[in-house]
Design a protein around this ligand. Structure first.
Ligand SMILES: NC(=O)c1ccc[n+]([C@@H]2O[C@H](COP(=O)([O-])OP(=O)(O)OC[C@H]3O[C@@H](n4cnc5c(N)ncnc54)[C@H](O)[C@@H]3O)[C@@H](O)[C@H]2O)c1
Length: 280
């Protein structure tokens, strides 16, 4: 018999979102709050997180967190659990410093991997035991289209996102028998500070953070393993991916996807690059 799609009621659910002081996380926090959830905003930048919680209002609260630091992440989760058992964790915090690998310091490499990948693993370790015990819960990991399509000038970022997709796949299999869902969301280019100075791929305009937020809330309502934003980019990726490598390269070049992270406006990115370098 085909499995029935579950529809989760988000009213009164407890939703924890990392990196929710700005961008995609902030928009997602607003959407969950509007759906009646209690939202716990975590961000490295506590002023920004507190302002975000005030702006959203309702039962939204904030707490500082550095997802790269286990102790800090554990304190954040303990705070969140004091609001009620966690129903949903959105592992959203991430940074995207861009440069050729040979120009990337070892410190920058560690920072990208610690925040984008280790943060997701630590968050999962922290919330999974209680979710398993309750036989219910959902971990939604914000990966990226470059977690399936790797392009030049962001190799470590891309590697971190490929790893998040792989980790999500393995955890989906591992936790399903316990009634716990794991999903990943793969946005293309989103108009946030992280993507400042990144040009659009031909035929694909940057998505608004609210578009990604809507997709994340939809995934929470109807758990689906892999969601791309915009939705049509998933079909595009999987059909192009069946082509021989040489043809794939030609298509990627024709739409400008191959240079998406290298043809960037460095001046427009400078403020973001400084913030990303300071994300610890
Ligand atoms: N913007 C895009 O084009 C795009 C595309 C695909 C995927 N993504 C992913 O979406 C997620 C959110 O990105 P965004 O565009 O909203 O970025 P953003 O820079 O606008 O917001 C990210 C937030 O995360 C916080 N943060 C950074 N390091 C942290 C840490 N160590 N601990 C806790 N919080 C931390 C920042 O303070 C910031 O408020 C990231 O994982 C990113 O990789 C973004």
């Amino acid at each position: 018999m085909p499995k029935r799609t579950r529809h989760i009621d988000l009213r009164n659910s407890v939703v924890v979102i990392t990196g929710a002081g700005r961008g995609i996380g902030l928009a997602t926090a607003g959407r969950f709050a509007a759906a009646g959830a209690t939202v716990i905003i975590g961000d490295l930048d506590d002023d920004v997180a507190a302002k975000a919680a005030l702006q959203i209002g309702g039962r939204t609260v904030s707490h500082t967190v550095d997802v790269a630091d286990r102790e800090s992440y554990a304190a954040f989760i303990a705070f969140a659990q004091s609001q009620g058992p966690i129903d949903i964790l959105v592992n959203n915090a991430g940074i995207m410093p861009l440069s050729p690998l040979v120009d990337e310091s070892d410190e920058a490499t560690d920072r990208i991997l610690d925040i984008n990948l280790r943060g997701v693993i630590t968050g999962t370790k922290l919330v999974a035991p209680a979710m398993i015990q309750r036989g219910n819960g959902h971990i939604i990991n914000v990966a990226s289209a470059v977690g399936r399509i790797a392009v030049a000038n962001g190799a470590t970022y891309s590697a971190s996102k490929f790893a998040v997709v792989g980790f999500s796949e393995a955890m989906h299999a591992e936790l399903a028998p316990d009634g716990v869902d794991v999903s990943c969301v793969l946005p293309t280019v989103v108009a946030t500070e992280l993507a400042a100075g990144v040009g659009a791929t031909r035929g694909m305009r940057p998505v608004k953070p609210e578009g990604v937020a809507a997709a994340i809330v939809e995934v929470a309502r109807k758990p689906t393993f892999e969601t791309w934003v915009p939705g049509y980019s998933k079909g595009l990726f999987y059909s192009v991916n069946t082509l021989p490598r040489r043809t794939r390269k030609l298509v990627s070049h024709a739409i400008g996807a191959d240079t998406a992270l290298s043809n960037v406006d460095r001046d427009a990115r400078s403020a973001y690059e400084r913030r990303a370098a300071d994300s610890h």
